[in-house]
Design a protein. Structure first.
Length: 206
């Protein structure tokens, strides 16, 4: 592997750095976007069951907030009700929407960086290709025989950088689209859960 990197020349090193960064971002997003950390399947039903009798106190709400991203959104509505028992449905929704925006920002963290790597990596590979072509033409002085070693080095720089740029870009693009779809699905789940809790609390207060 090291011999390949040597043959690819100095333009390959920024691509290596991008590949390491992309791998770190992919692993981090896989850990952060686990279902239990974002939207546990039974959490909403548990909250609806508890709130049928009374609105939970601040301690229970704080515990719910730390449970997951969904718990944070639902806790915002319950906290608004604890703060002002006479608040209307619009105020409940406003509190949960504000919390939802913060949660959405965290769920989308690093996705733009991964998309940037997917876009830039082929261009960096193209840059390495241009450098290799420059070395090829530089190894062909006018009127004399070319240097075969220099010619081979220029070709290897061009091809290795092109290939490595695609190797970095393709998985980055695939995982960016995967995480983007996963975040969109989570956001829809949070929105529907918040709406259901708001209607539930409003119905109980009638």
């Amino acid at each position: 592997m090291f011999s390949i990197l040597q043959a690819a020349g100095w333009p390959i090193w920024p691509l290596v750095a991008c590949s390491v960064l992309a791998m770190a971002l992919i692993i981090e997003r896989f850990i952060s976007l686990q279902t239990l950390k974002v939207a546990p399947p039974r959490l909403l039903d548990e909250v609806l069951t508890v709130t049928r009798l009374s609105v939970p106190g601040p301690d229970v709400v704080s515990k719910l907030e730390k449970n997951s991203a969904l718990g944070e959104v639902l806790a915002a509505g319950l906290r608004a009700l604890n703060t002002n028992p006479l608040c209307n449905q619009e105020e409940l929704r406003a509190g949960m929407e504000a919390s939802g925006r913060l949660v959405a920002h965290r769920l989308e963290r690093y996705l733009s960086a991964l998309a940037t790597i997917a876009s830039v990596a082929p261009l960096m590979g193209l840059f390495g290709t241009v450098v290799g072509m420059i070395e090829i033409f530089g190894s062909q002085p006018g009127g004399t025989g070319g240097n075969p070693g220099q010619l081979a080095h220029g070709i290897s720089v061009a091809l290795y950088n092109t290939a490595f740029g695609l190797i970095v870009a393709i998985p980055s693009l695939i995982f960016w689209r995967y995480f983007r779809a996963r975040v969109d699905e989570y956001l829809l789940t949070l929105e529907l859960a918040a709406e259901r809790l708001a209607r539930h609390l409003y119905t109980l207060r009638k």
